[in-house]
Design a protein around this ligand. Structure first.
Ligand code: FHN
Length: 439
């Protein structure tokens, strides 16, 4: 009995020590001003790329599964993307209406797309021998996009990281996590001091070798290098189910729901990451999302008060597929007309649904109408609100009325101007951003 009691005391002390060490000093956390600026951007490009494009299989995950490990680890010796043009990639993002770009500088396979001094497994030892990360940072500056970097905290290629295969359970006794974290800090210092990323997108925090304490150490280290750098919520230890969540204990600044539109949340910043096809890295003949899916995903994400980080996978020669470029341009054309209802808006006050989503700014509510199911669209009542004017954004007046319950009914035109998302503006007698969310 006495031994059990002692054991329980020791366990409680260990848990308390874990909780104490796994906490960020609130004074160094990214400010609301910086995070509000990030959330105003609303739309970014995610890029998953590396020598694995030579096989068209998934980055990291196909190492030792679809592609034999040794073959995968030697792909870099053939990797020579001579058609890579950073300006072209960044212009594609800009033409899509994207405001930031996030590149996988280092994914789970450990290959580094910049000339790191801390690993030979890098682009500088491929036939290409140029700094991909640096070129993209330069092009983002030239075209006024915010440059961001994806960095994995698991590395199946690094002998100091204990796990060497996707979801591998085997822990390598020769591994040394202290050396691994030291290398990570050195590489992050290279990235932050040489390329000054606006945001760092960590990933791979679900395997057992990664601990919250490492997350605290890295977050604190990064904030000393750049107090303004934004950091996602995948630096502390956590599972996939944690990606959409953010709490005071989270090591990171915003939540990252993946391959799904996040829930409407007015309390903390979040960004959905999603592929324009199915695979993150390039895959021949992969299924490309329709324009309707793309535009309505962006509208529902914004309607939920979140950002959309939309992923392309460039090909082995350095080009992004023309069909992906075309789809993104179509999104940009939609944003050229309706961007006012996305950028710098807040989500709500209505929760997104299959018929419409809502965003708001100042005294305006933007109703994103996805399809004309009837002649009229009725919106739930908004307490104390009077609609002074209603009209199609960049279009004609919309007849509206308020019924005895306060519900707002809009008379839809026979033909909506956009088959994927037509935006109706409601000009109110009050500040729309202050309205409570109405389900
Ligand atoms: O394992 C990665 C995956 O390859 C991809 O990078 C996504 C992007 O968010 N994140 C991880 C899966 O959750």
């Amino acid at each position: 009995m006495k031994r059990l009691f002692t054991l329980l005391i020791l366990l409680a002390m260990y848990c308390q020590s874990q909780a104490q060490t796994a906490a960020i000093d609130p004074s160094i956390k990214t400010s609301k001003v910086v995070l509000d600026d990030f959330m105003d951007q609303r739309f970014g490009m995610f890029i998953h790329w590396g020598p694995v494009a030579l096989r068209g299989t998934e980055i990291g995950w196909s190492r030792g599964t679809n592609v034999p490990t040794n073959e995968y680890d030697n792909l870099y010796k053939e990797f020579n993307p001579v058609l890579f043009d950073a300006d072209q990639w960044v212009k594609t993002a800009k033409d899509a209406g994207m405001k930031y770009l996030t590149i996988t500088a280092k994914h789970h396979d450990g290959f580094c797309l910049w000339p790191t001094k801390y690993s030979d497994y890098s682009i500088m030892n491929s036939p290409y021998k140029k700094d991909i990360v640096g070129e993209l940072a330069k092009a983002c500056k030239k075209y006024n996009l915010k440059f961001c970097v994806y960095f994995t905290v698991l590395d199946w290629h690094d002998p100091n990281y204990p796990v060497h295969l996707p979801d591998g359970k085997i822990s390598d006794p020769k591994a040394d996590m202290n050396k691994f974290v030291k290398t990570m800090k050195n590489q992050l210092q290279e990235i932050v001091t040489q390329y000054h990323p606006y945001m760092l997108w960590f990933d791979g925090n679900w395997e057992s070798p990664w601990k919250n304490e490492y997350g605290v150490e890295i977050y604190t280290f990064l904030k000393k290098l750049d107090p303004k750098v934004i950091i996602n919520n995948r630096l502390g230890a956590g599972q996939g189910a944690d990606h959409p969540n953010l709490s005071a204990q989270t090591i990171g600044d915003y939540a990252t729901p993946e391959q799904k539109i996040g829930e409407l949340n007015m309390n903390h910043p979040w960004e959905t990451c999603m592929t324009i096809c199915n695979q993150w890295a390039w895959k021949p003949n992969d299924k490309l999302k329709t324009l309707k899916e793309c535009i309505q995903t962006l509208a529902k994400t914004s309607g939920g008060n979140g950002n959309l980080l939309f992923n392309v996978g460039p090909m082995m020669d350095g080009r992004i597929e023309q069909r992906q470029i075309n789809r993104l341009k179509e999104m940009g054309d939609w944003l050229n007309t309706y961007g006012e209802s996305v950028y710098g808006t807040k989500g709500g006050p209505y929760k997104p649904n299959e018929t419409y989503a809502a965003t708001r700014k100042g005294n305006k509510i933007y109703i994103h109408v996805f399809e004309r199911k009837a002649e009229e669209l009725t919106l739930p009542a908004l307490k104390g609100v009077k609609v002074n004017k209603a009209y199609l954004l960049k279009g004609s007046k919309i007849t509206h009325r308020k019924d005895a319950t306060g519900a707002i009914t809009l008379q839809l035109p026979a033909q909506l101007p956009n088959a994927d998302d037509s935006v109706i503006v409601l000009e109110l007698n009050t500040n729309a951003e202050k309205l409570p969310v109405t389900i």
